[in-house]
Design a protein around this ligand. Structure first.
Ligand code: ADP
Length: 767
């Protein structure tokens, strides 16, 4: 007994029967049977039955009378089967043609019942079986669909061909399934043409199993796996049976895997970083070319090395790496060194993670060689440090120089004032000595500052036309005086092809020549100092000149000659002390070399020395107003000039020096002194002045700030006053800093009285 629940809630049965009596009988039997919920749909003709089936209505079974108004006999079954090969057909035959029933089952019907001979029980048994079969077939079909497996059977003898839905789906032509017949299949132009090849292959071996590509009607390809064999049925006819599985998706993912594998392979081989897979014992399993490069061993050598971990150092660091890797499963940017085959150390960064597969435990690693990077970093740091210390040195020298110049101003200033008083000759000479010594000291300070700024590359060279002959004449005029003080004859010789007008840095050339000629005179007691200038050659619009300074002095021993151009190098002489700092030649060397020239010396000790340098200049056509340059007559305020001057200065001695110097020059001067910037501002609120001398570095408020406030906040008569910086900061003057701060000009301390007088006169006269 089958319970109701196992039956489909309504099992429709299609009864194709034109005899109303027979039809009624079937209905009665069904009602009597244990098949409940069974609904009978009666169709009189085959055509109507086909229409009902084509609408897609589901029937658990078809009860088919073979004798119908529109179809008779066996053909009725054949026609129905051709259209619906999967349907459960139970053939109803007359008593006389039982044979027909057997034939029908062979042809594909599921069962047969002999009219008048079956009862309710037989009918229900047959239907139940049919319903169950439908279910099984449905399940099979579902399974085939899920697995993309279809199957087919082919009888070459009759040309019969049956296949499941999934089979046709795989071939992409479900709608054509009913038109497939054996003949078509044999012709090989059927949509299932692949089958012909398969059947042919089977013909020889009895069975075939292969993966192949089939082309659907749309042109799309599917990959399929096919199994087919052939057997003989009871009539010795051949039957081909096959199953086909769509493996396109699997194939695609396999192909994708291959492609991505290929892509990774490219990254792997071409990476600049060493990539490798390694066991925890240090054996390389796989590695790329960069690994070979980093370690320096050949591929074969690396494969041979049992423990590549030995190539890391320090070894404690390697242990640390492995411990960390095992503990954390991954390590990022771990710094370690490796020993290159050459013995050279390579600094590296390792990023690794543990890999575990069925047959491997170890790690994969990206190793980046950062040796060059680290070197560059270290160099950058060293350079930064050097720059920093150069800057500090510069600052230090600037401040030392300031601290020295301030009191020197007082010493020199007071010496000047003293010398103008009616002193006894001995006193006069003592003061003169104070003055001379102070000036030497001042020269030293200037040289120190100069070398520091030259060495820091701070010097900007000018390129202006000048008269070389004039420069040399001025030089000899000044130096002649020094030479004559000694028993030295100074001579200058300019080769005729040396151009008179050239373009370059006149001041720097002068400085170098002064130093060399000064030294020559200093180290020569008798004989001569000869200067001669020659042309080496013309290069287009440029000319290379060589300057030689030759003396007959004490000379320099051969082993010292290289060293004298270095900073602070001096040669100690046994018999005599020569003044100097050892900076002069070093300054010359820097100035010449920074302009692209060369400097050198040769000497025979006790006989004399020769210094020479060469420089390239551009030729100049002449200089504006050259020849006799009308010197601007130096204007000086008359002694009785009356004007108001504000001196802003914190240093008491320098206040005194300035006051004395100025009052001696201009007896009627109205001079007020402010101790710092703030005091100056207070005074300016009430008073006006013709000129202000402003020290820069002062307590409370410095000269820069005071000037800024004056320029920005005072009424025009004071905001536009002439303000001269008066400073011991050499760079204020040199770098034009005073202009940036709104000052009109500067006087460098220690000041030459004449210089101060001229500057004051220059500005006050314009008032
Ligand atoms: P300074 O003259 O201030 O000592 P320099 O750098 O100008 O410093 O010279 C360095 C040293 O070279 C001098 O101390 C001196 O020993 C030597 N020197 C320079 N010029 C001459 C020269 N014309 N004759 C002999 N020695 C010289």
């Amino acid at each position: 007994m089958v319970s109701n629940s196992t039956l489909v809630s309504t099992n429709k049965v299609l009864l194709v029967e034109d005899n109303p009596g027979d039809a009624r009988l079937v209905e009665i039997y069904l009602m009597e049977s244990d098949l409940q919920n069974c609904e009978v749909v009666n169709k009189i003709t085959l055509a109507d039955a086909i229409v009902a089936l084509e609408t897609g209505e589901e029937f658990a079974a078809i009860l088919l009378d073979l004798t119908l108004p529109d179809s008779r006999g066996f053909e009725t079954l054949e026609r129905l089967l051709a259209k619906f090969p999967q349907k459960n057909i139970i053939v109803l035959t007359g008593f006389s043609d039982k044979e027909m029933g057997l034939r029908a089952v062979k042809a594909g019907a599921q069962d047969f019942l002999v009219k008048g001979a079956f009862d309710s029980e037989q009918l229900s048994k047959s239907l139940r079986f049919s319903i169950e079969r439908t279910k099984v077939l449905k399940r099979l079909e579902e399974t085939q669909r899920l697995a993309s497996i279809g199957n087919w059977e082919y009888f070459p003898e009759t040309g019969d061909f049956t296949a499941t839905d999934e089979f046709f789906r795989i071939f992409g032509n479900t709608d054509e399934r009913h038109q497939i017949d054996g003949e078509k299949l044999e012709e090989g132009d059927c949509p299932l043409k692949a089958l012909k090849d398969i059947h042919d292959a089977v013909g020889i071996t009895g069975s075939v199993k292969q993966d192949m590509k089939i082309r659907q009607k749309t042109g799309a390809y599917r990959f399929v796996s096919v199994k087919c064999n052939v057997r003989q049925d009871e009539n010795n006819n051949l039957v081909y049976q096959g199953i086909i599985q769509d493996i396109t998706d699997r194939k695609h993912s396999e192909q994708e895997a291959v492609k991505s594998q290929e892509r990774y392979q490219v990254v792997f081989t071409q990476s600049k970083d060493a990539l490798f897979i390694c066991t925890f014992d240090g054996k390389f399993i796989d590695f790329n070319q960069a690994t070979v490069d980093v370690f320096g061993y050949t591929r074969e050598e690396l494969e041979e090395i049992k423990d590549t971990h030995k190539l890391y150092y320090p070894q404690e660091r390697k242990n640390e790496f492995l411990l960390k890797l095992k503990a954390q499963k991954a390590v990022k940017d771990f710094e370690i060194s490796i020993a290159h085959k050459s013995g050279e150390a390579r600094e590296c960064m390792m990023t690794a993670s543990i890999t575990v597969t069925d047959d491997f435990v170890g790690y994969n690693c990206i190793l980046r060689d950062v040796t060059e990077l680290r070197q560059a970093e270290r160099m950058r740091k060293a350079r930064d440090l050097a720059q920093q210390s150069a800057h500090m040195k510069e600052q230090f020298l600037a401040s030392i120089s300031h601290e020295m110049r301030t009191p020197m101003n007082a010493i020199l200033g007071m010496s000047n004032i003293l010398m103008q008083m009616n002193l006894a000759p001995e006193q006069q000479s003592l003061v003169q000595n104070i003055k001379n010594s102070s000036e030497i000291l001042l020269g030293v300070v200037s040289d120190i500052l100069e070398i520091s700024s030259i060495q820091n590359g701070k010097v900007v060279f000018e390129n202006l036309p000048f008269d070389l002959t004039e420069l040399l004449n001025n030089l000899t005029n000044v130096m002649q005086y020094k030479a004559q003080e000694k028993d030295v004859y100074l001579q200058i010789n300019i080769a005729p092809d040396v151009p008179r007008f050239i373009s370059g840095d006149k001041l720097r050339l002068n400085q170098v020549l002064y130093n060399l000629v000064g030294n020559a005179i200093k180290f020569t007691d008798h004989g001569h100092v000869k200067i001669f200038i020659e042309k080496l050659y013309d290069i287009g619009a440029s000319v290379q000149l060589k300057f030689n300074v030759e003396d007959t002095g004490i000379g320099i021993s051969e082993d010292k000659i290289e060293a004298i151009f270095e900073t602070f190098t001096r040669i100690l002489r046994k018999d005599r002390v020569y003044e100097g700092t050892g900076l002069g030649l070093s300054i010359c060397k820097n100035l010449v070399e920074q302009q692209g020239g060369k400097i050198g010396a040769s000497s025979v000790e006790g006989q004399g020395s020769k210094f020479f340098f060469d420089l390239i200049f551009e030729m100049a056509d002449g200089i504006e107003g050259s020849g006799k340059q009308p010197q601007e007559p130096v204007f000086e305020l008359p002694a009785d000039a009356k004007f108001r001057l504000l001196l802003v200065e914190d240093h008491k001695m320098n206040q005194l020096v300035a006051r004395k110097t100025l009052e001696r020059k201009w007896a009627n001067i109205d001079l007020t002194i402010a101790d710092d910037g703030q005091a100056a501002l207070d005074l300016l609120k009430e008073n006006t002045y013709d000129i202000v001398l402003m020290d820069i570095q002062m307590p409370v408020m410095d000269g820069y700030e005071a000037t800024k406030i004056i320029r920005e906040t005072f009424p025009p008569d004071r905001a536009n006053m002439i303000i001269l910086a008066m400073t011991a900061h050499a760079h204020v003057a040199k770098d034009g800093k005073y202009k940036e701060y709104g000052m009109d000009d500067f006087v460098l301390k220690p000041f030459e009285p004449d210089d101060l007088f001229q500057k004051i006169s220059k500005y006050v006269k314009h008032l």
